[in-house]
Design a protein around this ligand. Structure first.
Ligand code: FJE
Ligand code: FE
Length: 318
């Protein structure tokens, strides 16, 4: 029934989008939404060199939100930033919301991403880089996605998308930017080594939407902007969520329903979901492996410049 509807919706290259409204001639709820099982306010925390981040996901959420390891909402101004530091065993996704971030790595990869741009970095066996702010005010999100044991030691890789490369769609007062995965019938070009959905939604006042999420995946939302009592997730009468909160959804059901109950302000949030890896996680700062022995080996590799960290001894960012 769903698949047939999907196909029927594709007409002459134009999509018509399923959502609560368009399918609700007889009832308002054709989908069962996951419910909110936890809310986490992203507290301010010092990180890097003089930088302050709001950490929405940290170790305490890792079990509930496998494969996600960390979500930081950053706001940095020079001279603060994230100078030379290593990563191994996972991916970092940097999504700039305002200003720009310049990155340089130990293999000569260099560039600046600006508002709306995304850098999807697979650290794999090892990256050493700096991430420094470009303008007066620089804001964005950084998400860490774990890699499965057989991919932790792959060669590093970058996928860089400028704002114009990110597919966008709009329907009934709901705008979406598809950073990873699929929404409203459009698909991101990003290759996700750990299957991931990363959607940036803006809902006009009074708008509502339902996003499907694969049943076995873990899912959360992070509220970027919301009017007073605006952001309602899971059920139309659930208590509203304010900005800078992570909303963790329970597993199962069709996906996630959301309402912007504000009569004057837009609601902006990211919806992020991923297929759990179900593997043990041992984290030591920016190294994420499966066992303590692998962490010990990683610290040794970094110290002696081995197994992917060969340039560690010679490289400094400019
Ligand atoms: C880090 C040192 C670091 N949150 N959000 C140690 F510098 C970092 C780090 C960041 C970071 C970078 C950006 Cl652009 C945005 C961030 C932490 O680079 F994660 C650890 N553990
Ligand atoms: Fe980094």
């Amino acid at each position: 029934m769903r698949a047939a509807l999907n196909r029927a919706n594709f007409v002459g290259g134009l999509f018509s989008f399923r959502n609560i409204k368009s399918m609700s001639s007889s009832s308002t709820q054709n989908f069962v939404s996951r419910s909110v099982i936890k809310k986490v306010f992203a507290k301010l925390q010092k990180e890097g060199d003089g930088a302050v981040v709001r950490r929405g996901i940290s170790r305490s959420e890792q079990k509930l939100l496998d494969p996600f390891l960390m979500l930081d909402e950053f706001s940095v101004s020079p001279p603060a930033g994230f100078p030379d530091h290593p990563h191994r065993g996972f991916e970092t996704v940097t999504y700039v919301l305002e200003g720009g971030i310049t990155h340089q790595d130990f293999k000569g990869h260099k560039g600046t991403i600006y508002a709306g741009d995304v850098q999807w970095m697979t650290a794999g066996r090892g990256i050493i880089h700096s991430e420094m702010p470009e303008e007066e005010i620089n804001k964005g999100l950084q998400l860490w996605i774990n890699l499965s044991s057989n991919k932790k030691m792959i060669e590093p890789n970058y996928q860089e998308l400028s704002s114009s490369d990110i597919p966008k769609a709009e329907q009934d007062g709901v705008q979406v930017k598809v950073i990873a995965g699929e929404s409203m019938g459009i698909q991101s070009p990003v290759y996700t080594r750990t299957p991931t959905m990363f959607l940036d939604f803006t809902l006009d006042p009074g708008a509502q939407f339902h996003q499907n999420v694969p049943e076995s995946w873990n899912a959360f939302a992070y509220v970027l902007e919301s009017g007073e009592s605006g952001a309602v997730f899971g059920s139309s009468n659930a208590s509203p969520v304010s900005a800078h909160n992570v909303v963790v959804f329970g597993q199962g059901n069709d996906g996630v329903s959301v309402w912007n109950k504000s009569s004057s302000k837009k609601l902006r949030f990211v919806l992020i979901a991923g297929e759990p890896l179900g593997e043990p996680v041992v984290q030591y700062g920016p190294f994420v492996m499966n066992t303590q022995a692998e962490i010990d080996m990683t610290i040794e590799d970094y110290h002696y410049g081995k197994n992917g960290f060969e340039m560690a001894k010679y490289w400094r960012s400019q």
